[in-house]
Write a protein that binds this ligand. Structure first.
Ligand code: IMP
Length: 431
């Protein structure tokens, strides 16, 4: 019974949500294992748009279970809001569909305030975080002073932990020049209330998943952000605060590496990045503007315009390596329609040298200039096409060339936002 991991092979926003939504049909359980509501998955089903930040995108499939693992940082305010919104749309009819790890760390009000205050204090050198408190929550987790969901369910424990943590949080905010507006009693009351709302979903996720596997259920692990934002393997320090790579799928939910059978990387047919950090194939010209406009490249979480650029094969080859990709699903191929030529970054020129692999020092990337291979573009619209053979020959050549350069097969193509606008060449659950 194969279990499949879906991860972003670039800087996030690759269209993972759409692919996960599509593959959920073949899975029994969708598992989120890292990140938090810094993610934003936009799903379009029969023309109706749903944006989810925390709850796995698979929730729109009745009868499928969605699991939030211990590796996720969990904002209960956002969770409750998404649950209410789903219910108002007649989704999530059965609460048993949704399971949340008792060990997931909770994003508290001070984490959000510190995230925002820090970014403001950093000025030009800021990371460009989503301001959702992700980094400060992971910091507290690793520093062994975080609050977990289980702490919200016990009033005494919650009060004690808030009392312990608040003075340092207030102090840090003051140091950052922010006015801490953190009322202890109000926080305890609110988070106890949120705990009561979350309680019915909270469980020992490791055991829950273990039993699901024993019962022959198929798991789909849904990564958030992308490989280049991984805290260990991304363009540090311009990264998120979790491991986004496939290896973390099992750590973030309490299973072992043998639970994974197939790793699917998602990549746009070009590239985008939100926030600061090096990006050698970025286009700061009209072409970049055109990609942004046609591709609708504005953040699903923050609404920020995304930086845009050509596809970077070095980044993809790197993603293939650090994730152990079996296949790639290429999204937004339709956006490239109408360009006279399409370019692929195949090398970097740095300090007079030519590199053909991603350098391990991200500071080199700041100075890297992309070297491009240029292919003829195509003018045909793709959004109505549903098979590989129907694609214009030049689009096929482009995909085949990427495949050849990366050394990983392209097993799926997306030619529009709707669930149906997809060409699946290999089903990872049957591979
Ligand atoms: P944080 O995750 O909010 O701490 O932000 C750290 C970096 O990751 C920033 O550059 C964000 O723009 C980026 N980031 C976080 N989540 C996403 C995502 O879901 N898509 C794209 N970029 C993201």
């Amino acid at each position: 019974m194969p279990n499949v991991v879906v991860v972003g092979a670039q800087w996030g926003d690759e269209g993972k949500g759409k692919i996960v939504d599509l593959l959920t049909e073949h899975a029994d359980v969708v598992v989120r294992f890292q990140g938090g509501n810094n993610a934003g998955h936009t799903l379009v089903v029969n023309g109706e748009k749903t944006v989810l930040h925390l709850i796995p995108a698979g929730i729109l499939h009745p009868g499928k279970s969605c699991v939030i693992g211990n590796g996720v940082v969990f904002d209960p305010e956002v969770f409750v809001m998404e649950v209410d919104r789903l219910k108002s749309r007649n989704a999530l009819a059965d609460d048993a569909q949704l399971v949340v790890s008792l060990d997931a760390h909770v994003i508290m009000p001070w984490h959000k305030a510190i995230d925002i205050a820090r970014e403001q204090a950093m000025g030009a050198g800021k990371i460009g975080t989503t301001g959702r408190g992700i980094g400060p929550t992971y910091e507290d987790k690793v520093a062994r002073r975080g609050l977990r969901i289980r702490d919200l369910l016990d009033a005494g424990r919650l009060e004690r932990k808030v009392k312990e943590r608040l003075p340092a949080a207030r102090e840090e905010l003051r140091r950052l020049g922010a006015t801490p507006d953190l009322d202890e009693a109000a926080i305890v009351a609110r988070y106890a209330e949120l705990g009561r709302r979350v309680a019915r979903y909270a469980a020992d996720v490791s055991l829950w998943l273990h039993r699901a596997l024993q019962n022959g259920k198929q798991l789909l692990f849904e990564g958030a952000q992308g490989t280049m934002l991984d805290v260990d393997h991304g363009t540090y320090p311009f990264v998120t605060s979790s491991n986004t790579v496939a290896g973390n799928a099992v750590v973030g939910c309490g299973l072992g590496p043998t639970a994974v059978d197939y790793v699917l990387g998602i990549s746009k047919a070009y590239s985008t990045r939100v926030g600061g950090g090096p990006y050698p194939s970025e286009l700061k010209d009209e072409t970049g503007e055109r990609l942004r406009k046609i591709g609708g490249e504005f953040g699903a979480t923050t609404g920020r315009p995304r930086r845009t650029g050509w596809l970077d094969v070095l980044a993809l080859r790197y993603a293939a390596r650090v994730n152990g990709l079996h296949g790639i699903a290429m999204t937004k191929l339709d956006v490239l329609t109408g360009f006279d030529t399409v370019k692929i970054a195949v090398g970097y020129r740095v300090d007079g040298k030519v590199l053909d692999e991603m350098p391990s020092d991200p500071e080199l990337l700041e100075r890297a200039e992309a070297i491009y291979e240029e292919l003829p573009g195509w003018s045909e619209k793709l959004d109505h096409l549903r098979s590989w053979d129907d694609l214009p020959p030049r689009a096929r050549t482009y995909v085949k060339r990427v495949e050849e350069l990366v050394g990983v097969p392209v097993v799926g193509l997306s030619v529009g936002a709707d669930r149906g606008q997809t060409i699946l060449l290999v089903n990872p659950f049957r591979a």
